[in-house]
Design a protein around this ligand. Sequence first.
Ligand SMILES: [Zn+2]
Ligand SMILES: [Zn+2]
Length: 257
Amino acid sequence: MLDLHIHSHFSPDSESRIEDIIKKAEKMKLKVIGISDHYDLEDRVPYAYRVEDMDHYYKALEFYKENTSEVKFLKGIEVGIQSSINGFEDDRFDYFIYSVHGLPGISDMSNEIVVKDYEKFYRDYFDEMLAALEKVHKPGFLGHMDYPRRYLKGNPEVPKSLYSKVWDIFQILKEKDIGIEINTSNMDRIVFDTLPSYELIKEYVRITGGNLITIGSDAHTVNKVGNFSEKVTEMLKDLGIKLIYYCENWEYSGLMI
Ligand SMILES: [Zn+2]
Ligand SMILES: [Zn+2]
């Protein structure tokens, strides 16, 4: 169907060539793809990744957008937001993926995290997310909402005791007209679920009516492009969702599913 979260060689942790990504997407008959390379705004986040030459990145995306016809090609960027940073402006893109990749004071969020109280960890993470979201306003999608699940020992789900905080996040997304991404990167490894989890997606649908949902593979290799897009589309259909969204030139469009 579609995949709005794809990394290319412009990210330090991917070697995928954009032309190969497009070929894979065409082969899979995806309707829309978006390249969204890393741009972590806060360089104190461990492993902060950043597109090095923004103009070069933008021009490459512009070139492929003009020269790709079989699949709709979008210019995205995964903006790593934190409460310490005052948002990010760059009108040249089609949309942002907003991701929180770190917590203030957490030295490493890329290896297994062993904490006594994982509820507190999630609470701190969501507080950080809420504060960071306060500072952004451009259209886009919140990336991998329960990201700590990848790293917390045992990969626990967000506890129900934190659902009021989760609803606060849904509320701020709604107020700011920002959508949410269903990230498929962990469906066949580590977490074996979507990010956010199936339970949180159900909450999102219940609370917001399921508006502005997109799908992202978070592929760092070409073979993962579009991974599980069909499966998640079917899952969303079963939850009563009728449209999946992309965003082009800061305007949302829905695709019937
Ligand atoms: Zn991310
Ligand atoms: Zn990513």
